[in-house]
Design a protein around this ligand. Structure first.
Ligand code: M6R
Length: 602
């Protein structure tokens, strides 16, 4: 996590850095800082909390004319969110910003302390600047930087500036993203993602792992493993990503309302009456595949679980779902005829990226379902299907989830067609239902109002169970995750039929149960499970198209005939419920405590 930006050029540097950090604030907002190097003098500012605090601190500071600047927004890994732990970290005459984790920082720190270095923070990152200054005692600045990088183990995107070489930014990248950009005015930019570079840089290089180098006005030098590398620029082809709230109270709310529109984009050009067309993926890509493994984290993992039901039911292909952080260290059996799918909104999640690398190294075919083009995961996987949800700013994922599930439904049908597992009539009906998704996802404002009123009852209590069966089980996990993330209330998602094997012991009137009771899938089974809970006084909020008298609260759904349509309808209801509970509790909906949008540490 953490976001970093850098700039070499004549414009007002503070503004470029602050605007860039604004775009990256979703990556962490525990603290922020910046440093400007001009005429061999470095000025720096740090502030705890959101970026606005840094803005306030720097309001009288001017930094136009020649020089360079770096900035950082932090998601704390080592050390509390304090000013001392905020970046940039200072040596005697050099400053560093870092995203990632330096795994061997303790041993390096010990060695440096023995040589007299004074550490003031609890971070792993501070070691970089002291090590650089130590190396500088016997080497020129770039050699000292090169030596420093060689000693580091772990993940890093680093920008370092020093009075010892005041016209350069030294940079290095391993396992977390770093982009360098330039334009025709000889300005140079660095960033953790595309967004801050839009309207500034024209051409960019997405640095590879173990790339490092330096930049000065109009010039970039890139190295890997001691050797000079060619600069392979790409045009920055992203449209303006800087999403605005457009009248909504929160990005999350706007993104819930956007789901109808973006799901049309997900579908566009991919389905017709007879076939599914997956851009850039030839049919033979799916040949000889006997199994599928899907790997992801968080909400994307819930989309993966949902897809596993579809892939087995529709495409008749064995599908295993893995949590990326578990998968990495379990020494998994990777069989060659397995298609390895990763799902990620950001395309930068460290665990998912590493799992993808393992699959690639084992020679598996890989496919990513991703929302961010050009992200690390997209660049690494053999094939990609973009969800086309547009930038998602709310930390709590909403439209990324619905578009992932929708795309995976489309993919299941494609595989089923290729394997001849479904007939024309079934396919036609599925396609008709897929076309209905944008309508199903349209938020009914009256329903939203009802949920707003209802949310009052669900602020206190000793916890929530979200229960469902089949695809509504992953949806119950997702409903619980949404609530946890933004309301900080304890919630669990559970298979409805599993409650009686233990969790029902918790049932009393202060246990809130959100029951997902679609009419098109296992209605009677879930009903019995909910009745068992109600008999033990649990407070029930039922979501169903069929009247259910024993529920304490009831949200009547439309009663679509297809389980996937009921699934999407209930998804929106659960998202709105979490949103309204969080609002009533006065929480920061878009930037909930302790979280970051993009999790680039393991
Ligand atoms: O970008 P990714 O989809 O790889 O992110 C995975 C999780 O970090 C993410 O889904 C997280 O759980 C969200 N905050 C959920 O709302």
């Amino acid at each position: 996590m953490c976001g970093i930006v850098g700039y070499i050029g004549k414009r007002e540097k503070k503004e470029i850095i602050l605007n860039g950090l604004k775009e990256l604030e979703y990556r962490g907002y525990d603290s922020a800082g910046l440093a400007v190097l001009k005429d061999s003098e470095i000025v720096h500012f740090k502030a705890v909390g959101k970026l606005d605090n840094l803005k306030e601190k720097t309001k009288d500071f001017k930094s136009d004319g020649s020089g360079l600047a770096i900035g950082h927004t932090r998601w704390a890994t080592h050390g509390k969110p304090t000013e001392l732990n905020a970046h940039p970290h200072l040596g005697k005459f050099s400053y560093v910003i870092h995203n990632g984790i330096i795994e061997n920082y303790q041993e390096l720190k010990k060695e440096l302390q023995e040589k007299g270095a004074v550490f003031v923070s609890q971070t792993d990152s501070e070691v970089i600047v002291h090590l650089f200054e130590e190396n500088l005692k016997n080497s020129k600045p770039f050699e000292a930087f090169e030596k420093t990088i060689k000693s580091l183990k772990g993940a890093y995107a680093i920008l370092l500036i020093t009075k010892a070489n005041p016209d350069k930014i030294f940079f290095a990248k391993n396992l977390v993203p770093l982009i360098v950009g330039k334009n025709s005015q000889d300005e140079i930019f660095f960033s953790s993602s595309d967004a801050p570079l839009i309207n500034l840089a024209e051409d960019v290089i997405y640095l590879n792992d173990l790339d490092y180098g330096y930049a000065k006005k109009g010039k970039i030098k890139l190295f890997s493993n001691g050797k000079n590398k060619n600069l392979e620029f790409k045009k920055l082809s992203v449209s303006k990503l800087s999403a605005q709230k457009e009248g909504f109270r929160f990005f999350m709310e706007k993104e819930i309302y956007e789901q109808s529109a973006v799901s049309s984009e997900t579908i566009m050009g991919r389905i017709n009456e007879n076939d599914i067309i997956l851009e850039n993926i030839e049919d033979d890509f799916f040949e000889d595949i006997r199994e599928i493994t899907i790997c992801a984290c968080g909400t994307s993992y819930h989309a993966a679980l949902t897809a596993s039901y579809l892939l087995e039911r529709i495409s008749k292909i064995k599908t295993t779902v893995e949590i990326a952080s578990e998968f990495r260290y379990k020494e998994p059996l990777l069989l060659k005829d397995t298609l390895f799918i990763v799902i990620s909104q950001s395309g930068e999640t460290a665990d998912t990226l590493q799992a993808l690398k393992m699959a690639k190294n084992a020679g598996l075919k890989t496919l990513s379902i991703c929302n961010v083009d050009n992200s690390s995961i997209v660049r690494l996987s053999d094939k990609t299907l973009l969800t086309r949800a547009g930038i998602e700013k709310g930390v709590a994922s909403t439209k990324a989830f619905t578009t992932q599930v929708l795309l995976l439904w489309i993919l299941s049908l494609k595989i089923a067609l290729l394997k001849k597992e479904i007939d024309k009539d079934f396919f036609k009906k599925e396609v008709e239902n897929i076309s209905k998704v944008p309508t199903v996802l349209k938020v009914d404002e009256k329903l939203h109002e009802k949920i707003r009123r209802l949310s009052k009852r669900y602020l206190h209590g000793h916890g929530f169970f979200f229960i469902g069966r089949d695809i509504f089980y992953p949806l119950s996990l997702e409903g619980a995750l949404k609530l946890k993330e933004i309301s900080y209330l304890h919630a669990e998602g559970y298979p409805a039929g599993e409650m009686k094997h233990g969790p029902i012991a918790l049932a009393d009137s202060k246990l809130f149960t959100i029951a997902l009771m679609p009419k098109s899938l296992l209605y009677d089974k879930v009903k019995s499970n909910v009745e068992e809970l109600s008999a033990r006084d649990a407070t029930i909020l039922a979501l169903s198209p069929l009247e259910f008298e024993i529920a304490d609260d009831f949200i009547k759904t439309k009663g679509y005939d297809h389980p996937m349509l009921e699934f999407f309808e209930m998804t929106v209801i659960l998202q709105l419920l979490s949103l309204e509970i969080s609002v009533r509790l006065g929480n920061d909906v878009d930037m909930p405590r302790n979280l970051a949008k993009s999790v680039t540490v393991e």
